[in-house]
Design a protein around this ligand. Structure first.
Ligand code: ADP
Length: 489
């Protein structure tokens, strides 16, 4: 019986193919690292051709473990959001390097739009802010700066898309679609609008004709070219990574909240069918669209999380592997007064300071590797605490926080989050909730379950709970040092 689900999880640092059984158990996976290109300070690029080739290679590696393409009920795609690919619809080839979500190059254009007074209206309509993070201004940058992109636009062969759109184009042999969750990260989709908005496209100077069709996130969304895997496989689930993780954590009821700690950190609270309107610089985003019906989430994104640990490893050489930060943090009773503000790529929610840069404060001759590693992990709880305050002010306080992502494996950090936030933190035994969410969407979309809620119920694993246990005085002292260091950033 064909009841396996193949998930293509295209992250920032690697791309993976993961084979799930219909009960949510991971059966096989393959992973390949992606080359990161940093051509200038604040610029981050990927090679879209490499993303496709490595994704395809990973899929080809795991499909035989299911017994062939015919045994797979559906493919679920989940991806790094906001990253923009420009390709030629006729040749199917990328026209330039993909501009990655972390890239800050469009800040001058964003600032121009903010100064001409567009932010309030853009926020009301799209749920987003005028920040380089989102896809639309990246598309405009490519048009302004890459001759090949302009030439394709003039010939009407230009296709813009986020990563799920690019992968679906390659998998299907030519469909140009984007799921509603990814589309809601472009600045070009109204939260309540079915397709990309002509007025918003005009404001950003992006040709509507170059954009994909906005589609559902579960159901029959496409079919792979039979030449790729031996026989056609339906594509039945699609979601941006953070929406996928929210679904994978079964946050399907309004108020339920998850935080993912990967390269960056992303917190989403389910808002049901109410269109979110934040008054505290949080984002409104599409959480799901199934049968044309949408649910929404409030989101707070922090740009630097695990990438700070990577920086400790690769640039400072303080650890050899990321997980060593845990034993270093446990080896001392406190950070010895060291506080890190990880604004290495600006500050995201709720501060939104694109030009802010990192700070390490409180250094003394007693500060060593352990203090720096501990301060780096502590900064995750501090950043999350700032978000918790903004979510509460928007009327959505957290009762518990469900965590996941590569960094959530760090149990010291999980306990510190519970301590500083003062709420229980839950971590599933299976932390790959981004992939699991796509598997749930794809399983429901392939008809293995009657709906998403039943898929989530059946496929969700066991949880571990961390209860808050910190003196108020310690918490207050930590937050006071954080505020001081933040002011310096
Ligand atoms: P992404 O999906 O954004 O590529 P992942 O969810 O795979 O990221 O998480 C990888 C990040 O988590 C890396 O930046 C790494 O430094 C960090 N990380 C992984 N394991 C640990 C750990 N045990 N402690 C601290 N950080 C970790």
């Amino acid at each position: 019986m064909s009841d396996y689900i193949l998930v293509l999880d295209e992250g920032t640092t690697s791309t993976r193919a993961m084979l799930f059984a219909s009960d949510g158990v991971l059966v096989a996976s393959a992973q390949k690292e992606l080359t990161q290109h940093y051509p200038k300070s604040g610029w981050v690029e990927h090679d879209a051709g490499e993303i496709w080739e490595k994704t395809l290679a990973c899929a080809l590696e795991v499909i035989p473990k299911a017994g062939g393409a015919a045994m797979i009920a559906g493919i679920g795609i989940t991806n790094q959001r906001e990253t923009v690919v420009a390709w030629d619809k006729v040749t199917g080839e990328p026209l330039t390097r993909a501009i990655v979500w972390q890239d800050r190059r469009t800040e001058p254009f964003c600032s121009e739009l903010r100064q001409s007074g567009h932010e309030a209206e853009v926020q009301r309509r799209t749920g987003l802010l005028l920040d380089p993070y989102f896809s639309g201004t990246k598309m405009r940058w490519m048009l302004d700066n890459v001759a090949e992109v302009r030439a394709a636009a003039a010939k009407d062969t230009l296709a813009f898309g986020t990563i799920e759109s690019w992968l679906t184009f390659k998998l299907t042999g030519g469909a140009h679609v984007s799921d509603a969750s990814n589309a809601s990260r472009t600045l070009l989709l109204e939260l309540a609008g079915a397709g990309f908005d002509e007025g918003l496209c005009d404001l950003l100077g992006v040709p509507h004709a170059a954009l994909p069709q906005v589609i559902d996130m579960s159901g029959t969304l496409g079919e792979t070219d039979p030449a790729l895997f031996g026989s056609a496989i339906p594509i039945t689930g699609m979601a941006g990574d953070q929406q996928s993780a929210t679904i994978g954590q079964a946050c399907l009821t309004p108020g339920e909240t998850k935080a993912t700690y990967g390269t960056g950190a992303f917190v989403l609270t389910n808002q049901g069918e109410n269109i979110p309107q934040s008054r505290n610089r949080l984002l409104g985003t599409v959480l799901s669209q199934i049968g044309g019906r949408r649910t929404y989430a409030i989101e707070g994104s922090v740009f630097v999380a695990g990438s700070l640990v990577q920086w400790l490893r690769d640039s400072l050489g303080i650890v050899e592997v990321a997980s060593q930060t845990e034993e270093l943090a446990r080896s001392i009773p406190d950070s010895g007064g060291v506080t890190i503000v990880p604004a290495l790529a600006g500050l995201g929610a709720p501060h939104w300071q694109a030009e802010a840069r990192g700070v390490i404060s409180g250094l003394s001759f007693a500060s060593g590797k352990a203090e720096l590693a501990r301060a780096a992990l502590e900064s995750m709880a501090h950043q999350t605490h700032d978000l918790a305050t903004a979510f509460a002010a928007d009327g959505t306080p957290w009762e518990t926080l469900r965590i996941d992502g590569g960094m959530a494996a760090n149990s010291w950090m999980a306990q510190d989050l519970a301590d500083v936030l003062g709420v229980p933190v839950e971590r599933p035994d299976f932390v790959e909730t981004t992939a699991l969410g796509a598997a749930m969407l794809a399983a429901a979309g392939a008809g293995l379950y009657p709906d998403l809620a039943s898929a989530a119920e059946a496929m969700r694993g066991k949880l571990m709970r961390f209860e808050p246990d910190m003196d108020d005085s310690v918490r207050e002292a930590r937050l006071a040092s954080w505020k001081k260091a933040l002011a310096a950033a």
